[in-house]
Design a protein around this ligand. Structure first.
Ligand SMILES: Nc1ncnc2c1ncn2[C@@H]1O[C@H](COP(=O)(O)OP(=O)(O)OP(=O)(O)O)[C@@H](O)[C@H]1O
Ligand SMILES: [Mg+2]
Length: 443
């Protein structure tokens, strides 16, 4: 079974702290919402039905961690996760029930998780079966060479050689499935989303065809193991488990929700925006959606919506939808202190990423604290004077900062140390700084 951890809200926040700086209100909100779903799930059916799930709206400017919080949360608890942009459904060509595609995508993600998990489980068994088949084939091949070694000894030798990988390039003949699928045309206009795999249906009805092929042991092993594990996996169980995983643990992140809220009446785009809200409503309220894995109930899926709400307000969403998102959290703009921490604290902090990348080319990057404080300050200033990109600004600045080093790293030994100090920042950021008004305070 796919891991299905039930962490307490505090444990969740502690884990999120490893990756996301600040935003403690946002982290608490998602942690509590997730735990509430778990609590609700443990209640008797009658009570459970009476408690409506509490979805969340994260409100805040760009690049402050809205998506990151939701994504990390999902990864932390092994929940299937999809992110959709609400505006996508206002585009031409999207009507009505296409909103349901977010649910189908979620089930698809869940199915992939289950499948990977199962593959891991059956791998050992598949390897054992395949090993026997291959040894048989190798022994058959060796016998052709008129050896007088007794059969049991020959098998034993072969087994040892096989385990040592000495037979990898030995050519054998084996039976493999003839994978040619019946060639069939999809009728035009058929909805590929509902996606029934015609090849599979007919493939299942037709007798399994095999053919003899000669190939190396290594290749045979690869093919047979994938064939065998495919056979060992119970497809119906995957479908059922995928539905269950998505139903009970799924998280859907609806981005740009503010863009489908309408400020003021009118027709035209307004109508379609409100239309999208009305389409989303039943999904958030709990309904049943058909997927190729079976029907799924959306009642327990956790929805996290996000938006900047610069132009529209949360109150501009239709009341029914607002009611389904009772938890509202304002995420804060990030300051230079946050930027400094973002550069250094998270396990995947940018400075660590660049250091890892350049170490491959034998460059040892050493970041001095003072230099990083300067970078943080530049980021804050750039966000104020030009566009506010939030933490995304750091990605840009770091790229500019290290462009030269990155370009000149050749991979030659020995390891060379490059220290990023304040002077380095000044020298390498000169171009960027000319454009803005930074000289006054850093240089
Ligand atoms: N508080 C934070 N702590 C650590 N990293 C952050 C933080 N906020 C943003 N980042 C980093 O900045 C990048 C953008 O963040 P994210 O995608 O969460 O922004 P967002 O709030 O969803 O913005 P948008 O409204 O544009 O979608 C990510 O790489 C993320 O790791
Ligand atoms: Mg985002």
């Amino acid at each position: 079974m796919v891991q299905n951890k039930s962490l307490s809200p505090k444990e969740i926040v502690d884990q999120l702290d490893r990756y996301i700086i600040g935003q403690s209100k946002g982290k608490r909100a998602v942690a509590v919402a997730l735990r509430n779903r778990y609590r609700r799930n443990k209640l008797p059916q009658e009570i459970r039905d009476e408690i409506t799930p509490k979805n969340i709206i994260l409100k805040g400017p760009t690049g402050v961690g809205k998506t990151e919080i939701a994504r990390r949360l999902a990864r932390l608890v092994g929940a299937p996760f999809v992110k959709v942009e609400a505006t996508k459904y206002t585009e031409v060509g999207y009507v009505g029930r296409d909103v349901e595609s977010m649910i189908r995508d979620l089930v698809e993600v869940a199915a992939r998780m289950i499948r990977e998990n199962k593959q891991g489980e059956v791998m050992q068994r598949a390897e054992t079966v395949v090993e026997k088949k291959i040894i048989d084939a190798v022994v058959a091949e060796k016998k052709k060479m008129a050896t007088d070694v007794p059969l049991d000894i020959l098998r034993q030798q072969t087994m040892v050689e096989y385990k040592d990988g000495k037979l990898d390039n030995f050519t054998i003949e084996i039976e493999v499935a003839d994978v040619k699928k019946p060639d069939m045309q999809m009728p035009m206009g058929m909805d590929m989303n509902i996606g029934i795999d015609i090849g599979n249906i007919f493939g299942g009805l037709m007798p399994r065809r095999t053919k003899r092929k000669s190939m190396t042991v290594a290749k045979a092993r690869e093919m047979l193991v994938s064939e065998e594990s495919e056979r060992l996996i119970d497809k119906d169980a995957i479908n059922a488990e995928a539905i269950q995983l998505a139903e009970e643990n799924g998280i859907i992140f609806i981005d740009e929700i503010d863009k489908i809220a309408s400020a003021g009446g009118g027709n035209g785009p307004e109508v379609s925006r409100e239309g999208v809200q009305r389409d989303i409503l039943p999904i958030v309220e709990g309904c049943t959606v058909q997927t190729k894995y079976g029907p799924i109930k959306t009642d327990y899926i956790l929805f996290i919506a996000a938006g900047a709400f610069h132009i529209s307000r949360i109150q501009d969403l239709i009341p029914e939808l607002q009611g389904r998102f009772p938890i509202r959290v304002d995420l804060q703009s990030l300051t230079k202190d946050d930027f400094y921490k973002i550069l250094t604290v998270p396990e995947n902090a940018l400075t660590k990423q660049y250091a890892d990348l350049l170490r491959v080319d034998h460059v040892n990057l050493v970041f001095e604290d003072e230099a990083l404080k300067m970078v943080a300050e530049i980021a804050e200033q750039e966000n104020e004077t030009s566009e506010n990109l939030g933490a995304r600004r750091l990605h840009h600045i770091m790229e500019v900062l290290l462009e030269e080093v990155s370009f000149n790293a050749t991979g030659k030994k020995p390891m060379k140390t490059v220290t990023i100090n304040q002077k380095f920042v000044k020298d390498n950021m000169a171009n960027l700084m000319k454009k803005t008004d930074l000289k006054k305070y850093v240089l």
